[in-house]
Ligand binder design. Structure first.
Ligand code: AMP
Length: 481
């Protein structure tokens, strides 16, 4: 995020208690990110929020601050649901750091870990539970916890939880928490299933969008190499010599990740791998080693990578294209986080031009294309109808659907908008209004419920009747890579 944008505001005036303001200062958070600037005043006022924001946008603090304030003021518990263990661990750490010496107790409830310490934490009456849905349900079924005292619920990375097949567990949990509660939902994209869930289980949530679904941070320099499958390793070897900082490499499959990591180690680099064939402690150790510099290179699959929040990743290398189009955005969001510039390189086989075209449509950017030797090639344009790539058209659609009818916004997404003016309010509703006022991407609107009007007045919010645009619903079978 450009520094000058961050520095326009500080955390004062967002409804944050003096104690937490002090903690933020101590943790050296000086300027709120756009999602924080917009979500915190609404959520600390007790309202439901739907936040459309990617990882890297600062959404963890955007919900952690309201959760802490809520539980401190109400004697109820907070429940934060996340799709992966890694993400849950990071969020719990953030909560603990924010809480400081306040005496707040947390419980972390994640699959793949010994349940006994979790049971102990749950019995100790935690103020905040951070959980993945499957394990939480296990504990509910075993009577280790009930949800009767949940006063604030956060669903983070809701789209990913749906992708991972957690919809039934989420339904159960949403039905089990009291009606009298506050709910915050964050998602990078807004497929129909999530919009429906928000409508069913939330109270007139204010919709806050800091990036259009599927957009990428503008401070990431992206390029694509068209390279035959058999030549990928050699090209990777060259790039690993060229880029001497931390490198995160994405493989489509866990077997691929293993193979790539082994090849990299044979080249003499330090590398570890993170995918679902590894145990929780191996995954943690890989992440820790990558964070503290023991490993310069980490090879990951998409789902396993979700919680990776390592600062200063120099290069994200997509060794393979992702299975799901939207994952391109999540992958490259690992570099260029919180105001830093980053680099993302993608390998595509000559018969994957359609997929690259679809990614371009999703992110609204024409990507620079290179040959394996680094020479610039012609940009990728739509293929003539009837011409099909090797994937036979089975490639996942982005939020706007295949073939992308979305009009170009002339921007690459990310944090390019201005902060909403505090006095600004809108009443026209719909997407165009959400993008008005010069912010392009920071609009806020009520998806449903309250009728249009002058908005809240305090953060440039518009209350619209418009539901988020439904996205293609065809989902791949649930499978952990
Ligand atoms: P998140 O999207 O919550 O995963 O946050 C991404 C990264 O941005 C994390 O490393 C945070 O520590 C960092 N971050 C969050 N909020 C701020 C802020 N207001 N100023 C600077 N960095 C932040």
């Amino acid at each position: 995020m450009p520094r000058e944008e961050l520095e326009q505001h500080d955390f004062n005036g967002l409804g944050i208690t003096p104690g937490l303001l002090k903690r933020l200062q101590a943790l050296k958070f000086e300027h709120p990110t756009p999602i924080q600037y917009k979500a915190i005043p609404v959520a600390t006022a007790g309202e439901d929020v739907v936040g459309i924001a990617q990882t890297g946008s600062g959404k963890t603090l955007a919900f952690s601050i309201p959760v802490l304030q809520h539980v401190a003021a109400s004697k109820t518990m907070g429940l934060i649901l996340l799709p992966t263990r890694e993400l849950a661990i990071q969020v719990e750490e953030t909560i603990r750091k924010l809480a400081g010496a306040s005496g707040l107790r947390t419980a972390i409830v994640i699959g793949g870990a010994n349940p006994r310490p979790q049971i102990r934490q749950l019995r100790a009456k935690p103020h905040v539970i951070v959980a993945t849905p499957g394990r939480l349900i296990d504990h509910i079924e075993q009577g280790n916890i009930n949800l009767h005292n949940i006063g604030i619920l956060v669903l983070d990375e809701a789209d990913r939880m749906m992708d991972m097949g957690f919809a039934p567990q989420l339904e159960l949990i949403l039905q089990g928490v009291p009606d009298q509660r506050q709910t915050m939902l964050f998602s990078a994209t807004m497929p129909k299933a999530i919009a429906d869930m928000a409508q069913k289980y939330m109270k007139s949530p204010l919709r806050i969008e800091v990036t259009r679904p599927g957009t990428t941070a503008e401070n990431i320099d992206q390029e694509v190499f068209i390279v035959h499958k058999d030549d990928k390793m050699a090209l990777m070897e060259r790039l690993l010599k060229e880029y001497k900082g931390t490198v995160l490499i994405f493989s489509r499959t866990k077997h691929g990740a293993k193979k790539i990591a082994r090849a990299i180690r044979l080249l003499g680099h330090t590398a570890d791998e993170i995918h679902s064939n590894r145990t929780q402690s191996q995954r943690q150790s890989a992440l820790r080693g990558f964070t503290n510099g023991k490993y310069r290179i980490l090879v990951a699959t998409d789902i396993a990578s979700r919680g990776i929040d390592v600062k200063d990743i120099e290069l994200v290398l997509n060794f393979d294209l992702p299975d799901q189009l939207e994952d391109y955005v999540h992958r490259i969001g690992r570099t260029g986080r919180a105001g830093k510039s980053g680099k993302a390189i993608t390998f595509a086989c000559p018969d994957q031009k359609r997929e690259i075209y679809q990614i371009q449509q999703l992110i609204d950017v024409t990507l620079p294309i290179k040959s394996p030797s680094g020479e610039a090639m012609d940009p990728i344009k739509p293929l003539a109808s009837g011409q099909r790539s090797s994937s036979g058209g089975s490639y996942r659609r982005g939020p706007q659907g295949r073939g992308g009818s979305r009009p170009s916004q002339g921007r690459s997404g990310g944090y390019t908008g201005n902060y909403p003016k505090r006095s600004q309010s809108g009443s026209q509703g719909g997407r165009s209004q959400e993008r008005s006022g010069g912010s392009g991407s920071y609009g806020a609107s009520r998806p449903q419920g309250r009728s249009g009007g002058s908005g809240s007045g305090s953060y440039g919010a518009s209350r619209s009747q418009g539901r988020p645009a439904p996205r293609s619903a065809d989902r791949r079978p649930k499978q952990r890579p």
